[in-house]
Structure formats: structure tokens, C-alpha cells
Design a protein around this ligand. Structure first.
Ligand SMILES: [Zn+2]
Length: 395
């Protein structure tokens, strides 16, 4: 019997809005309500629990083996404002379900097993994946705005730095999550064996032309930064599609100077964000974007890199174990990258990571319409359970 849906419904009692969406933003009372629910379940399952200053909840169940390292399962309990039931909470529910089922079947693992419910994975003034970064020791005191953002919650930077854990006693980190994209759903596949989390690279692209009178400057004489930027965006979008099916490019912000109805824009600034597992693909795209920009001619372009978060790779052995677990359970599966960031990302700096995806209906996420069918949720929990059992046979 798989009860992951029941556990998820229990967590979903926290932060449910009248319209059916969920709001459990970091450090909110609704978030801590979810923490309390998870804590109660952990205690009922016989786990030792602890909370830390980063707002994470952690449960530990010892194993029977001597000197064996922990198998850690985790995900986040916070949501975006008006988010869904599944993003994050499903992974925590999956970890708890593994332990519940072990006990139902009278099994005790040789390895200790741990479950984390992380805080502040979603974007906030603290920066994304805050809870897991704190535990992984990746929060640094020089993070801009951190001190003020923490003060809002009555916390100090030192307390967060103290939440760092030494993972030398842990074997691996596993995370079960909804895909949040439409690949599995569209392909009719049930499990994604994640091979990594794509790198995120952001460039600031500025078009510098010449502001002038919108009535008296003839079209042939214009150095219109807006038109040049528009051409660059359309061409870059076209080029991105040619390079690779899974390469994505987003121009998500635009600022225009002087920003007046009757003045030709002299300066336009955009962010070009690109994501892929393979740096070679993003490098090829930016190289082509530079060439396209040079060829436009009417304005000059300045292109500078703002953010370069490298891709994170899942552990090949864990991928194999997850794939075999799905195979033994006769559940269709495919190896795929994650286009979104997860708590597994910071954890990858400390431990081998493995991630299991289940389909998201129509690829919807971060909204009240987010949905995964109950049997798909059970499939994911089944694969996680079998993965843990297989890993427990190893040292
Ligand atoms: Zn998530």
C-alpha cells in the first residue's frame, strides 16, 4: 500500500487558499504549519527531529548497520505565492512514505535514513534554495542584502552559518519532484531519471543608438535602439531553436531610455538568459548572438555576462539504480535533464545526488492548476522506495 497521496494531503492542510492554490512563502506562519505537520509525522514514525535557524525540518532514523552512512531524502515545504500542492511537498511526502512503508512491511534499513523539509527553496530576498544552501554551507556572509532580509525574520547571518552540516556521515541525497515541464506528460512517460540540473547563464545586452525627435527624424536616418534590440531578440530566438531542442533562451526584462512616447529610444537594456546541460551549447548561442548583433549595424551592442551558474550533474550510479528500480516496477522511464533548479543543486556540492521526476499535467507549475495524477505520484514513491532498498544493500 502506497500512501504518498495521503501524506501529501496532510501537508496540504497548511497554506491552502480559497481558490485551491497554496501559499506557504518562506518563514510564514503557513510554512511553519507545514513544518509542524511534517514534524508530527516524523515523530510518529519514530524519527529524531530537529529544526534549524534556516527554517528547515530534519528527521533521522538510525539503521542497524555499524558505521554505515545515511541515505538522505529531501525537498522543500515552501511554495511560491498562489502555488500548487505538489512542488516541493511531494518530495518530502515521498521520503516520509518510504519510512512508513518500511515499517508497514516490517523492514529496517542497515543505513540510517533521513528526511529534510527545506525552507525558502523558491525565490525570495534570501535567494533561492536558501534552506538547502544553508545546510550545505553555501550561504556566505557577503551575500548582498542577506543581513537585512534575515532581520525581517528575527535572524542573524551567524545563525544561518551555524546551520551548516558536515555531510561526511551521509551516503547520498535523493529528491523526488514533479517535472514542472511538459516533457513526460506529452510523451506519456511516467518517470524521469534526472541526469542533471541545467546551467543558467545570464547576459546583460545593451543596444546603444541615438535618441532623437520622433517626428522629424526620417526612418532611414534613425539609430533606434528598440528596433535593433527587437531584431536581435527575434534572430537569437530563431538561432536557439536551430542549435538544440533542449537549449532555451529567454529575454525576460527590457528597459528603455529615455522611455518617452515621442522620442526614438537611444538605449535599450535586456537580459538574455540561456539554459542547457552542455556549456558548449550556450557558448555557441552567445557566439552567434554576438555575430547577429554586429551585423545589425544601426546601433552598437554591449554584451556582458552577469550570472554563470554551471550545470550540476546527477550521480551516474544513482541514475542507474533509479532506472533499474523503475524497470523492476515495470514503470516507463527516461533519462532527462531538469530545466528548473532544486534543493538537489546545493546538495550536489556535498553529496552524490539522484533525482526522480513524475509528470506535471500540461507542464503547469507555480500555479493553483499544478496537477499530477494520484497514480503518477504513487509511481514516483514506488521508484523512490525501491531505490532506497537497493541502495541499502550497498555499503
Ligand atoms: Zn520545487
Amino acid at each position: 500500500m502506497n500512501q504518498v497521496n495521503d501524506i501529501l494531503s496532510l501537508i496540504g492542510r497548511a497554506g491552502r487558499n480559497a481558490d485551491g492554490s497554496y501559499t506557504r512563502t518562506c518563514y510564514s506562519s503557513a510554512y511553519f504549519e507545514a513544518v509542524s505537520i511534517v514534524e508530527k509525522i516524523m515523530i510518529k514514525l519514530g524519527m529524531a527531529t530537529e529544526r534549524d535557524a534556516a527554517g528547515n525540518i530534519h528527521g533521522y532514523l538510525p539503521g542497524t548497520g555499524k558505521g554505515l552512512k545515511s541515505i538522505i531524502i529531501g525537498s522543500h515545504l515552501d511554495t511560491v505565492p498562489s502555488g500548487g500542492l505538489f512542488d516541493g511537498a511531494y518530495g518530502v511526502a515521498g521520503g516520509l512514505e518510504v519510512i512508513r512503508r518500511l515499517q508497514e512491511e516490517g523492514k529496517t534499513l542497515r543505513h540510517p535514513i533521513e528526511v529534510y523539509g527545506f525552507n525558502a527553496e523558491e525565490s525570495s530576498p534570501l535567494g533561492g534554495t536558501f534552506g538547502s544552501r544553508a545546510v550545505a554551507g553555501l550561504v556566505t556572509s557577503d551575500q548582498p542584502g542577506l543581513e537585512d532580509a534575515l532581520k525581517e525574520h528575527g535572524l542573524t547571518v551567524q545563525k544561518i552559518l551555524d546551520s551548516k552540516r558536515d555531510f561526511s556521515d551521509a551516503k547520498c541525497y535523493l529528491e523526488l519532484h514533479i517535472e514542472q515541464g511538459d516533457y513526460l506528460y506529452n510523451e506519456g512517460l511516467k518517470i524521469g531519471v534526472v541526469n542533471g540540473i541545467v546551467g543558467v547563464i545570464r547576459y546583460k545586452v545593451t543596444a546603444v543608438g541615438h535618441s532623437n525627435h520622433a517626428g522629424t527624424t526620417m526612418m532611414k536616418n534613425r539609430k533606434d535602439a528598440m528596433v535593433a534590440m527587437a531584431r536581435l531578440i527575434v534572430e537569437a530566438d530563431r538561432r536557439c531553436r536551430q542549435i538544440d531542442d533542449s537549449l532555451v533562451l529567454t529575454v525576460g526584462t527590457i528597459r528603455c531610455w529615455p522611455g518617452s512616447e515621442n522620442v526614438i529610444p537611444g538605449r535599450v537594456e535586456c537580459t538574455f538568459e540561456m539554459r542547457h546541460m552542455d556549456k558548449g551549447k550556450t557558448d555557441a548561442l552567445i557566439c552567434d548572438i554576438r555575430k547577429i548583433a554586429n551585423a545589425i549595424g544601426t546601433v552598437t551592442f554591449e554584451i556582458t555576462k552577469n550570472i554563470d551558474k554551471g550545470a550540476v550533474y546527477c550521480d551516474e550510479h544513482l541514475m542507474k539504480v533509479i532506472g533499474e528500480a523503475a524497470g523492476r516496477a515495470d514503470i516507463s522511464h527516461v533519462v532527462m535533464p531538469s530545466g528548473a533548479g532544486h534543493d538537489a543543486n546545493p546538495m550536489a556540492y556535498r553529496l552524490p545526488i539522484g533525482m526522480i521526476f513524475v509528470p506535471s499535467k500540461e507542464g503547469l507549475s507555480h500555479c493553483g492548476e499544478e496537477w499530477t495524477d494520484p497514480e503518477d505520484l504513487e509511481n514516483g514513491a514506488e521508484v523512490l522506495y525501491r531505490t532506497v532498498l537497493a541502495l541499502d544493500c550497498e555499503d
